[in-house]
Design a protein around this ligand. Structure first.
Ligand SMILES: [Zn+2]
Length: 231
C-alpha cells in the first residue's frame, strides 16, 4: 500500500476530489468519516454556542518558514509556540496555508480566499481555524507585510504573530468535520470566523498565486450535524 506522500492528488482530472478516496487505502479510510468538510454554513440554522464551544487564542510572535506542498503554500513554525485552548486542552499551531477561492460558504457567499490555521494536540488530533478573506488591491497599511517583524521570502524565514491572519471581530462558527485535503480524515474540530479578513494582492502575489487557483474542495453534505455560533 502506498502512503500519503507517494500518492499525487489534485483538484481536477483523474486524481481530482471525486477520486481521492480511490487513490490509496489511507485516503479511502479518511473518506469513510461521515462528516466531511467543507460545508455551507447558514447563520439562521446555527445553535447558540456555550462555554464548552469556546476557543481561546494564545498566539505569539515566532519564526516560520514557507514551503510549497499539497497544492498550496504553507507557513510552518519552527518551534510551535503559538497555541489555542479548546475543552481545556492545548492544540499547538503547526501550519498556516490557504485556498483560492474559499472552501466554506457562509450565508451563500464564497470568499476569494480562505486561510487555514492548523493546530495539533499531543495525540495528533487536529483543530482547524478557517478565515474567509477578501483580496484587496495594493498593500494594506496594516496588512501582513507591514505587521510582520521580518518577512524574508528569499531566505524562507518569516517572523510574525499569526494573529495577523485573524479578523478583528472574533465571533465564529464551530462544527465537527474532516480535513479538506487527502486523507480527509475526521473528526476535526472546525472554527470558521464569521467576519471576513483582508489580504492584499501584493502579499498574495509573492506566492505564485496563479498556480494555486482552484485549490478548494467542493462542498460536502451537512447530514444534519449541529453548527454552533459563538459571539
Ligand atoms: Zn486547508
Amino acid at each position: 500500500m502506498k502512503r500519503n506522500l507517494d500518492v499525487p492528488w489534485s483538484y481536477s482530472g483523474t486524481n481530482g476530489p471525486e477520486y481521492w478516496h480511490t487513490l490509496c487505502d489511507w485516503y479511502a479510510e479518511g473518506a469513510q468519516f461521515a462528516y466531511q468538510s467543507p460545508i455551507a454554513i447558514t447563520s439562521g440554522e446555527t445553535l447558540a454556542g456555550t462555554k464548552k464551544h469556546r476557543l481561546t487564542f494564545s498566539y505569539q510572535v515566532e519564526k516560520f518558514t514557507e514551503k510549497e506542498f499539497k497544492n498550496t503554500i504553507h507557513f510552518v513554525p519552527f518551534d510551535c509556540q503559538s497555541y489555542v485552548l479548546f475543552e481545556g486542552e492545548k492544540y499547538g499551531l503547526t501550519d498556516i496555508h490557504y485556498h483560492l477561492p474559499s472552501e466554506h460558504i457562509l450565508d451563500n457567499q464564497q470568499a476569494p480566499l480562505e486561510i487555514h490555521l492548523v493546530h495539533m494536540k499531543k495525540d495528533g488530533t487536529n483543530l482547524v481555524v478557517g478565515v474567509l478573506c477578501d483580496i484587496l488591491p495594493g498593500v494594506l497599511p496594516d496588512g501582513p507585510l507591514k505587521q510582520a517583524q521580518r518577512w524574508d521570502l528569499k531566505a524562507h524565514i518569516e517572523v510574525f504573530n499569526p494573529n495577523l491572519f485573524l479578523p478583528t471581530e472574533k465571533s465564529y462558527f464551530h462544527y465537527v468535520g474532516s480535513l479538506t485535503t487527502p486523507p480527509t480524515k475526521g473528526p476535526i474540530n472546525w472554527f470558521v470566523f464569521k467576519a471576513r479578513h483582508q489580504i492584499s494582492r501584493a502579499f498574495l502575489s509573492q506566492f505564485q498565486e496563479e498556480i494555486l487557483k482552484g485549490n478548494n474542495r467542493p462542498l460536502q453534505e451537512k447530514k444534519g450535524r449541529p453548527i454552533y455560533f459563538c459571539e
